[in-house]
Structures are given as structure tokens and as C-alpha cells.
Write a protein that binds this ligand. Structure first.
Ligand code: ZN
Length: 612
């Protein structure tokens, strides 16, 4: 099976980790604010504009959805607990207080107000990306209403205080940073006072929570180990050292980051999304404290996740990481429909991949990001009125797209955040280089040596091979434009400049640096060889394989019983225009294959038992 890319990725990151362990034997991570360095930096949200295409469509839909939400309803759970007048309809589902709550049987009323901060964050980032003033005004009104309702009573008898505080924190620091809300940081200071008596002394594992007295099982599901990322950001954005100390207090070193940093796979059995999310706390510990141990933990942890991913880039069937070598991924194809927690998982995956891409400059983090983009979150069904959200991607052999039955789940909160982040995930820079990470219709504007530059991508990638990049320049300047060459890229990938072929060595799994004096009107034509390949679900099921074209996994439509040979799958023909369909011959009839975003309500199948 052709599963080289992800296997070598893991081996690569572990080899690097081993070297780092040797050179820093036993060095204690003394508290320090000597931050870690990065190879690349991120652009501001406003520097990247998405152009017409599926990413812009999804971003716009989420922006419009949350812009239209009733503010009294959003604020209601907080006002109720503070004893304030609380007009507006209940949102219902996970979001509103309910006497029905009876975990795990009835999840109505699970974590009232949990996603408020994520909706504010998504709107603040959407404002930063678009400059839409009414969106900024809505963020300010929501923060004002929230600030007036802050009360310690909110967290009393609340099953997941850390979980909801983390999201509220994120919303407030994003309102401050991206929507210039001067009320946000003072509100965060009071919110922190309110929650502190209800937070544990340190980050707790689920077994540790289960060992404490708990009124019901939901109290054993809190995610205090995810707190540091946003606390480090709160420190950076406010300068208040209280957040720095709190961030360090909740780093889950003993049970999670120490073993990961030592190269031990600490993932099996753990809740999937929240532990990928926690890797971003380790990345922040490196960025803020300069802690090499936490960088090793983040890199190794990410490598272990990729090693137990589906061909789509998704991971964690039934929201749980599995034991390597157990064959659990392959077994899950017949036993669960909860294959990958999609908006949350993709959001967590994008964050840690973006941190690691910035820190290491390794383009394979970008490969991983685009796999998750095209095969998971870009195919998430749009939010429906009333908070019905797409939650699990389904890789069952009888797969289908469905909505989560409970309203306003976690995935309704991360969805607007990740779609607002599409632009800043697409490009990065260093002093002398611009990095094109995602090949999406978009426009980047920046200054190079003081001169105004813009770069515009036009493409139907990954449904077509070609990516056109046009440069606009105030005056010529010499620098590098670096194109990501995915690890899967075939030998006939090519680059031309202003119509002339560039004799460049395209190394799959690296950035291709194009250094020259860039002038107004320069045009790059990049063609990616998307040779079809197969990838086995895991080592225990070597004959259970998915078909891939470039970053896309292809799903057989309405063909649950179809049998294919390796040769039939690899002879798939892309048909139609724009060519988003593939046709595969089988013993019986030809079968249509679609990428995940093209699937609507059909039944589909990702993995096939290869026939000899
Ligand atoms: Zn979720």
C-alpha cells in the first residue's frame, strides 16, 4: 500500500525528537519569558482575502449565521445565573439550563453558555478578515452584555467550568485583539476571578476527575488540560502575569507532555479532540516560555496523531485515540459512524499544524492541514436554524452525512472559528520569503522592503492540477515566493514563470523557493501531479484501502457492496466539468466516486476490501 507519506512523517518527527532529547538531557524548564523562535510568521486576518470558491462560501455562510443570532438568547444563560432580567428565547440543546439534563442519557442542558465565547471569537475574526463594521459592533454588544452578567454563581454546580471558561476566555481575548473591544480584557479579569474557586489545583485527567466526588458523570469530563493555550495568549495580549502563572499551572506535564516529549505515545484511550487541542497549549509553552520539552511534546504528539489517522486526515473513532498496532481503525469501519469529530477536530488540527509549521518551517504540516481541509471540514454540512450542526464524519462502510441530534453542540462553536481562519492558514512569511501553503482562490497583500505587493491565486485545485499565481508590485523587489510541494506530488509536477518552464527541483515534502526580482504582472503557473494512489486503513488491514487523488480521498457513492481490484481503483477516470467526479470500473457496473465536499445525502464508502 502507498502509505509512505504519513509513515515517513512520523519517523521524521520522532528522529528529530530523539536528537533533541539527547542534546538537552534533563534540562529543567525553568519559568522564563524568553520565548521560542519561529521560522515563519502568520499574517494578520486582514492581509488575506478569500476569493470566490468553496472556502469563501463556507466562511460567508458561518459569518452570516452567527451575525444573525439573537443577542438576548446568546446572553440568556449568563443573565439567568446572575439573577438579571433575561429576555429572549432559550436556545435549547447544550446551550440552555434544563432540568432534563441526565448524563449520559439526556444531554439537553449539558453546558449552558459553553460556546458563547467561540461565537464571539468567530465573529471577531470574521470582522478582522472582512472589516465589516456591523460585525464589530455586534461583538462589542455581546461583550458588553456578557460583562454585565459575570457572576461566580455561574460556575457553582457547573459540571465543566474549565471547558466553558476556556471558550469564554478565547472570545474575550479575540474581541480585544481582533475587534478592538476595550471592555474585553477588564471583563476577562473579572471572569477569571469568578471561575478560579471552581478550577482544580492542576490539570486533571479523566481518571483523576472520576476519583473525586462528582454529582454526575459530566463532572469527570472537564478539560482543564486545554486551558494553557488561551491563558498564554491572554498573557501576551494583556501583559498580566496572572494569566502566565495560570497557564503554567494547567500544563499537563506529568501525565501527557512529559511522556510525549520522551517519545512515548501517551494518546491511547484519551479523548481525541481535547488532547489534540492540548497540543496547542504545549506549542504556546514553547512560544512563550521557550520550553523545548513542550515543543518536543507537540511535535511527537502530532506525529502520533497522524500515525493513527484515516486517509482523510481525520482521527479518533468514537472520540478516542487507539493503541497503535491494535487494528482499531480498520475495525471501526464496521462498528461506528462516529469516525471523526469534524469541526472541532479540524479546528484543533489546523491550530497545532499552524503552530508547528510556523515553528519548524516543515511543509508537511501544511500537507496535513490541506488533507483535513478537503476531506473533512470543507464537506461539513452547513449549520441549520436552531443550532443543528454537523458533528461526526462517518467512515463506516455504510456511511452518510447527518446532523447531530442535540442542538448547539461543541462543533457549532469551532465551525465559525476554523472557517474564519482559512485565510491566515493559507500564507506565511519570513523576512525574505512568502510561503504559499494552501492552494485556494485568494488574494494576499503585504509590504516587501517597504513596497506594496499583492499575490492572487486562481485555481480549481484539487479538482484540477493547475494553480495560477499573479503578482502585483508597486516596484520590483528581490525575495522568495515558496510554494508547498506536497509529499504525495508525482514526478510530472512542474512550475513555469511568465510562460517559461522553471528548471526547478521539485522535492515532494518541502517548500520550493522561487527567488528573483519579482515585478508587477509576474505570473507563476504551478501544476501538481495528482497521480492516483491507495492508502491502507492501518497495518492490520493491509487490503482495506482508500483511493486518493492528490490531497483528496474519494468516496464510492451508493456502492456499499462493490468489489474492486487495486488496478481498477488506480485506473479511476476523472469525468465531468468542473471535474469533481471520478468513475471506477468494477465487476458489475461503473461506480461514481466523489470527494467529501461533493457528497450530499447519498450513502458512501471510503474504504474497500481489495480483490485479487
Ligand atoms: Zn465538537
Amino acid at each position: 500500500m502507498h502509505s509512505i507519506s504519513r509513515r515517513s512523517f512520523v519517523a521524521g518527527s520522532l528522529a528529530t525528537a530523539g536528537a533533541a532529547v539527547l542534546s538537552r538531557s534533563g534540562a529543567a524548564s525553568a519559568p522564563s519569558t524568553q520565548g521560542g523562535s519561529t521560522q515563519l510568521t502568520q499574517f494578520d486576518y486582514g492581509a488575506v482575502q478569500l476569493l470566490e470558491g468553496p472556502l469563501l462560501e463556507q466562511f460567508r455562510a458561518n459569518h452570516a449565521y452567527f451575525f444573525a443570532l439573537d443577542e438576548d438568547s446568546l446572553l440568556k444563560p449568563f443573565r439567568q445565573k446572575a439573577g438579571l432580567s433575561a429576555p429572549g428565547e432559550d436556545m435549547g440543546g447544550w446551550y440552555s439550563w434544563s432540568d432534563e439534563f441526565d448524563p449520559p442519557n439526556n444531554m439537553t442542558g449539558y453546558v449552558p453558555g459553553h460556546s458563547f465565547g467561540q461565537y464571539v471569537s468567530g465573529l471577531a475574526r470574521a470582522y478582522a478578515a472582512t472589516g465589516d463594521r456591523p460585525t464589530q459592533a455586534k461583538v462589542h454588544r455581546l461583550v458588553e452584555g456578557f460583562a454585565a452578567a459575570i457572576s461566580a454563581k455561574f460556575y457553582a454546580d457547573y459540571p465543566l467550568p474549565a471547558y466553558t471558561f476556556d471558550k469564554s476566555n478565547c472570545g474575550l481575548i479575540d474581541a480585544h485583539q481582533f475587534a478592538q473591544d476595550s471592555d474585553a480584557l477588564p471583563a476577562l479579569a473579572r471572569l477569571t476571578d469568578a471561575v478560579l474557586p471552581y478550577l482544580p489545583p492542576k490539570a486533571l485527567t479523566r481518571p483523576e476527575m472520576a476519583a473525586r466526588p462528582h454529582p454526575n458523570v459530566a463532572y469527570t469530563w472537564d478539560e482543564s488540560y486545554t486551558l494553557p493555550e488561551n491563558l498564554f495568549l491572554a498573557y501576551q495580549r494583556s501583559g498580566d502575569k496572572r494569566y502566565l502563572f495560570l497557564a503554567q499551572r494547567f500544563l499537563q506535564d506529568q501525565d501527557y507532555f512529559d511522556p510525549l516529549a520522551a517519545g512515548d505515545n501517551a494518546l491511547p484511550g484519551r479523548h481525541a479532540y481535547s488532547h489534540v487541542n492540548a497540543l496547542s497549549s504545549a506549542a504556546q509553552a514553547y512560544l512563550v516560555l521557550g520550553s523545548e520539552k513542550h515543543l518536543r511534546a507537540a511535535r511527537n504528539g502530532f506525529g502520533f496523531v497522524v500515525a493513527q489517522s484515516f486517509a482523510t486526515g481525520g482521527w479518533g473513532p468514537n472520540e478516542t485515540f487507539c493503541e497503535p498496532g491494535s487494528g482499531v481503525l480498520g475495525q471501526s469501519l464496521g462498528s461506528t459512524h462516529a469516525s471523526f469529530e469534524t469541526p472541532c477536530g479540524a479546528y484543533g488540527h489546523f491550530k497545532i499544524a499552524r503552530y508547528l509549521l510556523r515553528i519548524t518551517g516543515d511543509s508537511r504540516y501544511g500537507d496535513s492541514m490541506e488533507k483535513v481541509l478537503y476531506n473533512t471540514v470543507l464537506g461539513a454540512k452547513p449549520l441549520q436554524p436552531g443550532g443543528f450542526a454537523f458533528y461526526y464524519s462517518d467512515y463506516n462502510n455504510r456511511g452518510a452525512k447527518v446532523y447531530y441530534p442535540e442542538r448547539w453542540p461543541c462543533c457549532s462553536g469551532t465551525f465559525p472559528q476554523i472557517t474564519a481562519d482559512y485565510g491566515i492558514s493559507s500564507y506565511f512569511r519570513s523576512l525574505s520569503s512568502i510561503y504559499v501553503n494552501l492552494f485556494v482562490p485568494s488574494r494576499l497583500q503585504w509590504r516587501q522592503n517597504g513596497a506594496r505587493f499583492a499575490l492572487e491565486q486562481r485555481t480549481q485545485y484539487p479538482y484540477a492540477s493547475g494553480v495560477e499565481v499573479r503578482i502585483e508590485a508597486e516596484r520590483p523587489e528581490t525575495f522568495v515566493i515558496a510554494l508547498r510541494v506536497p509529499a504525495w506530488a508525482g514526478k510530472s509536477s512542474s512550475v513555469s514563470l511568465n510562460g517559461r518552464s522553471v528548471a526547478a527541483d521539485l522535492q515532494p515534502g518541502a517548500f520550493l523557493p522561487l527567488r528573483r526580482e519579482w515585478k508587477d504582472g509576474d505570473r507563476i503557473e504551478y501544476s501538481l501531479d495528482r497521480t492516483l494512489r491507495l492508502e491502507a486503513v492501518d497495518a492490520q488491514h493491509p487490503d482495506t484501502a482508500a483511493l486518493l487523488s492528490g490531497p483528496l480521498t474519494l468516496f464510492a457513492i451508493n456502492a456499499t457492496e462493490s468489489r474492486f481490484t487495486q488496478a481498477q481503483l488506480l485506473a479511476a477516470k476523472q469525468v465531468g466539468a468542473p471535474a469533481a467526479q471520478w468513475r471506477v470500473e468494477s465487476e458489475s457496473a461503473p461506480v461514481t466516486f466523489l470527494a467529501f465536499p461533493s457528497i450530499e445525502d447519498q450513502q458512501y464508502r471510503l474504504y474497500h476490501e481489495l480483490q485479487s
